[in-house]
Design a protein around this ligand. Structure first.
Ligand code: NAD
Ligand code: TDX
Length: 339
């Protein structure tokens, strides 16, 4: 079995590669990644020597490069993680989100049609459903919830999902889509809430909470997401959409306070800053379809996962210090100075 993992040098893609190499020792895993600001080859260093693994640098929007990838590697399955993934960046510069997230998906699926595959899997997000009210805990996203996006990021992800279903119906391409809630864990890029707060707290820098910090996200440990995708690839899931989430809703402010507590830092570091434009209030996933059809359940409890994650950031300082020493400083200034 040859599996191409696009975007495998990023947060979830790299964790997925580790999971697959560990779980399916006879599979060949090929990572295809452009290495944008969010992709790090150092993340993959521990598998680079594994004979079952190969890394190819390339852009999913580049038809020639994708064609060469298929001719060389003859993939059975494509798992597409490659994306521009940060909502705040999409508000600043939407066009690259359309290019990578929509056009990149189309280029990959065109190659799948040309060369034939057994499954094209699209890694999507719960953000395609828009948001839920804070005062309606009974409301959850199901696979039937209409797509109703808020940010350029989520609009690009929803557009890609529509193209995936169009290729399935029109051309009969074997596809599946997973829509997961917020992930956390090792190798999470420090522009996102949890790693940003850990890294800032370790430097005794202000912890910038948007608005009043009351927005709610449904957090899932990254390994649980990877296991869910593995199950979808191996199940009878052609043409199916699966929501993935852990029934673990938390207010942003509570997460930031928890990080302060675990690191022994004062909550005085918390600084309320101007809210994100169009900020989604609440995400919450109903995962009953994937539990019923495939038997998937989240395994890591949030209190354990967050401790493991904080410990990982303490033990892998060279990984994130390298990232924040470069272009990240300009990004941080632009997004947070005078906010
Ligand atoms: P990330 O930003 O950490 O990684 C993205 C990876 O894609 C990077 O390695 C980058 O170099 C690569 N990439 C970007 N553009 C590319 C291109 N044109 N060609 C090839 N590679 C390219 O993202 P992540 O958080 O790991 O998210 C992975 C996927 O999961 C995304 O599709 C995202 O929408 C989805 N998702 C993320 C979350 C989350 O909480 N992080 C939740 C649900 C869904
Ligand atoms: O500095 C910050 N302060 C803050 O209050 C940052 C970076 C974020 N926030 C808030 C905004 C959100 O309410 O924290 C919450 C989480 O923010 P992000 O980590 O940027 O994630 P989110 O916008 O929820 O999107 C994430 O989950 C769904 C991923 O980045 C997406 O790729 C995924 O699809």
């Amino acid at each position: 079995m040859n599996i191409v993992v696009t975007g495998g040098a990023g947060f979830i893609g790299s964790n997925f590669i580790f999971h697959m190499l560990k779980t399916h020792k006879d599979y060949r895993i090929i990572c295809f990644d452009k290495l944008t600001y969010a992709g790090n080859l150092s993340t993959l260093s521990k598998v680079m020597e594994n004979p079952q693994f190969a890394f190819i640098r390339g852009d999913i929007c580049d038809r020639k490069a994708v064609d060469e990838l298929f001719q060389k590697e003859h993939p059975d399955i494509i798992v597409n993680f490659a994306a521009e993934s940060h909502v705040d960046r999409s508000i600043e510069q939407p066009d690259i989100f359309l290019q990578t997230n929509v056009m990149g998906t189309v280029v990959l699926m065109d190659a799948c049609r040309k060369y034939g595959i057994t499954r094209y899997h699209q890694v999507s997000t719960d953000e395609v459903y828009g948001d839920l009210p804070l005062d309606r805990p009974d409301m959850l996203f199901t696979e039937q919830t209409p797509l109703h996006t808020s940010s350029p990021y989520s609009a690009s992800k929803a557009s890609a999902d529509l193209m995936v279903m169009a290729y399935h119906r029109t051309y009969g391409l074997p596809v599946s889509i997973s829509r997961c809630s917020n992930n956390y864990g090792p190798y999470h890029f420090p522009e996102k809430l949890i790693p940003l707060m850990i890294v800032n707290a370790l430097h005794d820098k202000p912890l910038p909470v948007y608005g009043e910090g009351l927005n709610v996200r449904d957090w899932l440990y990254v390994e649980d997401h990877c296991k869910a995708i593995d199950m979808i690839l191996h199940g009878q899931c052609n043409g199916e959409v699966y929501n993935i989430g852990g029934h673990n809703e938390m207010k942003n402010i509570d997460i930031v306070k928890l990080i302060c507590k675990h690191l022994g830092k004062s909550e005085d570091l918390i600084t309320y800053v101007t809210d994100r434009k169009g900020h989604d209030l609440r995400y919450a996933i109903d995962p009953s379809k994937i539990t019923r059809d495939l038997g998937w359940c989240p395994e890591t409890k949030f209190e354990d996962g967050i401790k493991k994650t904080i410990q990982w950031y303490l033990e892998h300082q060279e990984w994130w210090r390298d990232i924040i020493s470069g272009e990240y400083q300009n990004y941080y200034k632009k997004m947070y100075e005078n906010r």
